[in-house]
Design a protein around this ligand. Structure first.
Ligand SMILES: [Zn+2]
Length: 237
């Protein structure tokens, strides 16, 4: 079980930690700031700085068994740290921050399109959501304008926790058909964006919509009769 510091604070860039296991499948720490791939958000990359001072590049982060977070070392690395060793775990912050900006932007997109979400994905350049939307009721220019208007309002975001039973009593909070929130731990984390959006989410987000920066709806594609894919890119290069 890895303590996931990013679940409380997405702005943590590094932490001291102790290695609890290390092998070809990945390095497990007792605590980490590395986001484990999930919910359409990529796993973090970065580095572990070992007690000797040497730097071990981490190329991806995924979920392991029993709540472990697996830090995947660069395949070229042959010497791994030993269990019990202290390390400094540091993420590639520029990449992660772009994930946080795009992830928060996709929440705004979800709030603007009145249809269930059937899938989604993002990286440090773009993001997309698929909607169960049979009719073409959205267009690129008006969605772009509405997104940038919400971003410009500088709306604060906040984390909230809801008990499993309370969430079960409010099924309207769950807007994603493809991914159900991880119940079973007693409570589920929600992201609130002012009066605009509230939904269960395990990803990392910016504190204020203004931090997203200007975006543009780049594509609206019909993937199937009941599936419309809306893609968003950052406006600046
Ligand atoms: Zn989210």
């Amino acid at each position: 079980m890895t303590e996931r510091l990013y679940e409380q604070d997405g702005y943590l860039r590094e932490t001291e930690a102790t290695v609890t296991a290390a092998g070809q499948a990945g390095i497990v720490l007792d605590r980490t700031v590395f986001y484990a791939r999930g919910g359409g958000q990529p796993g973090d990359s970065g580095e572990l700085i070992l007690a000797s001072g040497s730097r071990l590049p981490i190329v991806d982060t995924v979920k392991g068994q029993d709540g472990a977070v697996l830090h995947l070392p660069d395949p070229a690395v042959s010497v791994l740290p030993a269990p019990g060793e202290s390390v400094l775990a540091r993420i590639d912050w520029n990449r992660r921050h772009r994930h946080m900006r795009m992830h928060t932007c996709l929440h705004l997109l979800c709030a603007l399109v009145d249809a269930p979400v059937t899938g989604g994905n993002l990286n440090d350049e773009k993001g997309r959501l698929d909607f169960d939307l049979p009719e073409s009721t959205v267009d690129k220019d008006s969605l772009t304008g509405a997104l940038n208007a919400l971003i410009a309002r500088n709306i604060g975001t906040a984390l909230e926790w809801i008990a499993d039973e309370a969430l079960a009593a409010q099924p309207e909070l769950v807007k994603t058909l493809s991914v159900q929130p991880p119940t079973g731990a007693g409570s589920v984390r929600l992201l609130r964006i002012g009066d605009v959006d509230l939904q269960p989410c395990g990803g990392t987000h910016v504190a204020n919509t203004g931090e997203i920066g200007r975006v543009r709806v780049s594509k609206i594609e019909k993937k199937s009769r009941l599936n419309r894919r809306i893609s968003v890119v950052f406006e600046e290069v």
